[in-house]
Design a protein around this ligand. Structure first.
Ligand SMILES: Nc1ncnc2c1ncn2[C@@H]1O[C@H](COP(=O)(O)OP(=O)(O)O)[C@@H](O)[C@H]1O
Ligand SMILES: [Mg+2]
Length: 319
């Protein structure tokens, strides 16, 4: 099969960390060809969509990537497209999803372009609000300050388009910077910010639950450094093996079918103390860390699922 990865430059991939790298490695091991392009290398003429793409070979030993010369391929004739762009979900990202909407009945696109547009990583979680900590999204700094008092004096504030822990701050009602932080985060009341009750369980870790087509693929625990509120691997969170407890299992069973229905096939749920914190849909990571702890290759499970889905789409078209 031929798979296209639309993502940031290949050279920026970290061979021992990136989930996209693991997908490419898994795809190759299972006999498939991987191609790469940037979002601006996608073009459509009428409703036919093309990519100026380059074939990529990855390996665990340096040089980790070997990239061929550029060729134009018709996207609808490929077997799968992986959208693996890092957030933020900006205008370029949104336009890419609109171009790929044109071919998603011909080729498996994951995640579904429409699902990607629907599901802002922070705001989508509110569809499952009963699983979230008490959370307010508002632009008014006074409202944010009142919320912090209401939830007991401690909270966390985040930008709506952040990722990797960027811009996440702890709030404390005793802190004389509180009002200033609320002003900065909302641009003096002009932009929405998300403020959430502080979950003390974050000291034990932030659980990354990887979901494949609405079902559990596996989970890892990210434990923050002693001097940081943020558990993201990107800012030094330590990874530990973990399992889901009964409550988390229930959460996953409730959220999973909704994800599958939206075409959000590969997703990372973040859970703290059994509460849902965010639903990562743009380019969730963690598969290499999961594989390191389970000793198997979860990326192969993903690629096998992609094979099967691509095959059933093809037979649906031909038959
Ligand atoms: N409600 C909360 N209580 C305690 N810590 C939190 C809370 N929300 C987020 N954090 C901390 O901030 C980190 C990043 O938060 P998250 O909402 O997942 O945003 P990002 O998209 O940046 O990963 C988490 O890993 C966790 O350590
Ligand atoms: Mg997160």
């Amino acid at each position: 099969m031929r798979f296209l990865f639309v993502m940031d430059p290949v050279e920026k991939m970290l061979p021992d960390k990136d989930t996209s790298f693991a997908f490419m490695r898994g795809a190759r091991a299972l006999g498939h060809e991987c191609m790469h392009c940037l979002p601006r290398q996608i073009f459509n003429r009428g409703d036919r969509v093309f990519a100026r793409a380059r074939s990529v070979e990855v390996s665990d030993t340096p040089p980790h990537t070997k990239i061929d010369t550029e060729e134009t391929v018709e996207v609808g004739k490929l077997d799968a497209v992986f959208i693996r762009l890092d957030p933020p979900f900006d205008t370029e990202y949104a336009h890419l999803t609109r171009q790929l909407d044109l071919v998603k009945r011909e080729v498996l696109v994951l995640n579904d372009p429409q699902g990607l547009r629907n599901a802002n990583e922070k705001l989508y979680a509110f569809h499952f609000a009963k699983w979230m900590p008490d959370t307010l999204v508002a632009a008014d700094p006074e409202q944010i300050i009142d919320f912090v008092k209401e939830v007991g004096g401690r909270a966390v504030i985040k930008p709506l388009d952040g990722a990797g822990g960027s811009g996440v701050l702890g709030l404390n009602v005793e802190d004389k910077n509180l009002r200033s932080i609320a002003d900065i985060m909302t641009g003096e009341g002009q932009n929405l910010a998300l403020v959430q009750r502080y979950e003390p369980a974050v000291r034990q870790g932030d659980k990354r639950v990887l979901m494949l087509d609405g079902k559990l693929l596996g989970a890892i625990l990210r434990v923050p450094q002693a001097d940081d509120i943020r558990a993201n691997i990107h800012v030094g969170g330590r990874v530990e093996p973990t399992q889901l407890d009964a409550t988390e299992q229930e959460l996953v069973e409730e959220v999973g079918p909704a994800l599958a229905e939206e075409g959000l096939y590969f997703v990372g749920l973040d859970l703290i103390g059994g509460r849902l914190i965010e639903v990562n849909v743009t380019s969730p990571t963690g598969i290499q860390e999961l594989g390191a702890h389970t000793g198997d290759q979860p990326e192969h499970t993903v690629i096998r699922w992609v094979e099967e889905r691509a095959r059933s789409m093809a037979s649906g078209r031909d038959g």
